[in-house]
Design a protein around this ligand. Sequence first.
Ligand code: ADP
Ligand code: MG
Length: 321
Amino acid sequence: ATPTALMAGTGKAAENGILFRDGKAIQTMKDLDIVVLDKTGTITQGDHSVTDVVVRPGGPNATDGGVSPDGGSAAADPADEAVIDERELIRLAASAERGSEHPIGEASIEYAEEEGIELSEPEEFESVPGKGIKANVDGRAVSVGNVRFFEDELGVELPPGIDDQLHELEQEGKTTVIVGLEDEPAGLVSTADTIKEGSVEAIAELHERDVETWMITGDNERTAHAIAEQVDIDPDRVMASVLPQDKIDKVSELQDEGNKVGMVGDGINDAPALKQANVGVAIGTGTDIAIQSSDVSLVRGSLDALVDAFTLSEKIFQKIK
Ligand code: ADP
Ligand code: MG
C-alpha cells in the first residue's frame, strides 16, 4: 500500500471510531487466524444486574458472631429469625463489595439500593483478582466469590447441596457467586449480563472469513458455555476460569501452535494479553491501560467495528500481495 492509501484509510477509519496505532497493525489484521474475545465487557455489555438471591437452607444464622441486622431487614416471624433472610444476605454482600469495582460488586450494590436496603461501610477490605473479595461488615466476616475463592483462598470446603443450585444458575448463563459469613457459605447471588448488540453478527462474519473465534473469561465453565452458545462460539474454543495473569499464556499457546492471534478486550486484566497478541484490540471506552496496550482501539464499543477493521485491512493491503 502506498503511504497515501494508508493515510486515507486510517483517516476514514478514525472517523468511524477505529483507531490504528500504526500501519503494521492494519497490515497484520487481515492475516489473523484466530480472534480471542474476552467475554465480559467485550462480547457482553459488562453491565451486570442481580437476578437471584438465594439463602442456603440451614446456613449460618443472622445473629451469631456479630451485631444483629438492622430493624428493617430482620424477619418478622420469630420462627425465621434464626436463619438469615435474603435482604440481609444481599445487604452484607453489597456492603462488602463497596470496596470493589468489579461489575458483580456494582450489581449487588445497585440492587440493594433499588430495594431500599441501607448499606454499611466495610472494613479491612481485601480483593483477590479473578476469585473474590472479603471484608468486615458490622463486625462480621463477609466473603463473596467463586468456588476457587472459597476453596483455595479461604480453605473452605463447600457443603453438598449448594453445588446443585450453583450449577443450575450458571447453566442459565448467570454469573453466580457464593456469599460466606465467617467463612461459612450462607447463600448465592446471581447476576446476568446481556450480549452486546452486534456481537452475534460480528462473530458470524469472522467465521465467514475463516477466522476462528475463541472466548476467554475468568468466569466459570458453565456460564461461559451458555454465553458461547448464544453467540455461536464453538464449545471447544471456550477458555473459562482463567485467572487474570494467565490470559497472556492462553494467547501464547495459540501462537505456539502456529496461529496469528488477535485479542479483543476491555479490562486491566486483558492488557498483557493484548500486548502479547499479534494484534491487540481494545474495545469501548474501557480501561486506559487496555487502550495503551493495544494496536487498535474500537471506540464504538461494538464488535461490528472489528469486522470493519478487517475489511479495511484487506482493502488497503490486497493490492501489494
Ligand atoms: P471476567 O472479567 O473475565 O469476567 P474476572 O477475572 O474479573 O473475570 O472474575 C472472575 C470471577 O472471579 C468472577 O466471575 C467471580 O466469580 C469472581 N470475582 C472476581 N471479583 C469478584 C468480586 N468483586 N465479587 C465476587 N466475585 C468476584
Ligand atoms: Mg472484560
